[in-house]
Design a protein around this ligand. Structure first.
Ligand code: NAD
Length: 363
């Protein structure tokens, strides 16, 4: 397997955590005889400082010429006074738009060992393993017309979807459910919104192509409650843009830490992979960042861009094993140094790497 991966590590803890993830991917490649070529380009604040723009042309060109883009994080307090189109985040938005991915995959899973970090009771979250598929390029965030008419004291946005936009993301969600536990929950507000009625009718049409997958529908308000009461009942959850933004963040509490969560955006010209956390300027450069979210993002690259499922699963299993053994970064230990061995970013990366290697060698 050959893969050309563009790394845009970005700002703050971005370079620290992506370094650890790349080291894991290099080991996986060496052990399996795969060739992963890494190229490195600037994005975000570092690109503003060095290139005068948050998304330099050569970064964009390299991204479009790669098989997968691996982003760390962008942003920094020193850029907060810039106008939105000049800020580091504009670089990320520009990259997302150019790559064109419309299906944002965000896993939310429980680690038994981290249950104490979640506000939900352990018996509720134990075994929860949800994959959100959020439509990323349509709905309220992009629909026209949109405006804040200050003179009138009135503002409006438009929630709009076409049948094809719904069908293409639904197809991806059904395919993913078929590789997991064969259950798809489609979330809408079809009791009130016409857009949701189109959404539901289209999802039902697409379901006919996937007879092996059980489809259920939930209203978004009820779903917000079900996720907290019985998260184990859900496998793949398909939602439109706004609902997905809210529900996937809400479900972050199942995992109990921002530093653990990966994401992938697929369906466009090139898939984009990024941990969900930001650049965490408060802990940057101190060796405190948790690299697990980035390492698990590496696992998603293997799963969705390389088709290396066994290797992806080995990384996920290694992350669990390291937690079982009592190793924690500071965000996970939360000051508890009695029960846990607290590791720095690189120490945690090395621990996961060693565990992945052992697992793959003994597989
Ligand atoms: P953040 O995710 O950077 O940090 C929130 C809190 O979580 C902080 O206390 C931070 O220390 C902690 N944290 C985050 N990731 C961690 C990790 N891996 N290990 C340990 N602790 C971790 O969010 P924020 O503070 O709201 O934003 C900081 C900057 O990041 C802003 O400029 C924001 O715009 C940007 N941001 C970027 C992205 C992205 O690049 N995708 C996403 C969110 C925020």
């Amino acid at each position: 397997m050959k893969l050309k991966i563009l790394v845009t590590a970005g700002d703050g803890i971005g370079p620290e955590v992506t370094n650890e993830a790349i080291a894991v991917l290099r080991d996986v490649a060496a052990l399996g005889g795969h060739t992963f070529d890494f190229d490195f380009k600037r994005i975000g604040g570092i690109a503003i400082v060095q290139d005068g723009t948050p998304l330099p042309a050569d970064t964009l060109a390299a991204a479009l010429d790669s098989d997968a883009v691996f982003l760390g994080a962008v942003g920094g307090n020193e850029f907060n006074s810039l106008s939105p189109d000049k800020r580091p985040e504009a670089g990320l938005l520009g990259l997302r738009a150019a790559l064109g991915g419309f299906a944002n995959l965000r896993p939310a899973f429980a680690f038994k060992e981290l249950a104490v970090n979640s506000p939900l009771r352990p018996e509720i979250i134990d075994g929860a393993d949800i994959l959100f598929v959020r439509e990323l390029l349509g709905g309220l965030y992009f629909g026209q017309p949109r405006e804040w008419d200050r003179a009138k004291g009135e503002a409006w946005n438009t929630m709009r979807y076409t049948r094809d936009e719904v069908a293409r993301v639904a197809r991806i969600a059904f395919q993913l459910a078929g590789k997991r536990r064969n259950k798809l929950t489609s979330v809408d507000k079809a009791n009130v919104l016409e857009v949701s009625q189109l959404w539901r009718a289209t999802v039902i049409e697409v379901a006919a192509e996937f007879p092996g997958v059980t489809l259920e529908h939930q209203y978004v308000d009820a779903m917000a409650m079900h996720l907290m009461n019985r998260p184990r009942d859900f496998d793949v959850v398909l939602t439109e843009n706004l609902f997905g933004d809210i529900l996937s963040d809400e479900s972050g509490v199942i995992t109990g830490s921002l530093g653990m969560l990966p994401s992938a955006t697929i369906g466009g010209k090139v898939n984009l992979y990024e941990p969900i956390h930001g650049s965490a300027p408060d802990i940057a450069g101190k060796g405190l960042a948790n690299p697990m979210g980035a390492i698990l993002t590496g696992a998603l690259i293997l799963r969705y861009s390389a088709g290396l499922e066994a290797e992806a699963a080995a990384i996920e299993a290694a992350a669990r094993k390291v937690l079982e053994q009592g190793f924690r970064t500071a965000d996970l230990a939360r000051g508890n140094t009695k029960d846990f061995k607290v590791l720095s970013t690189t120490e945690m990366g090395t621990k996961v790497r060693e565990t992945v290697k052992t697992m793959l060698v003994n597989a």
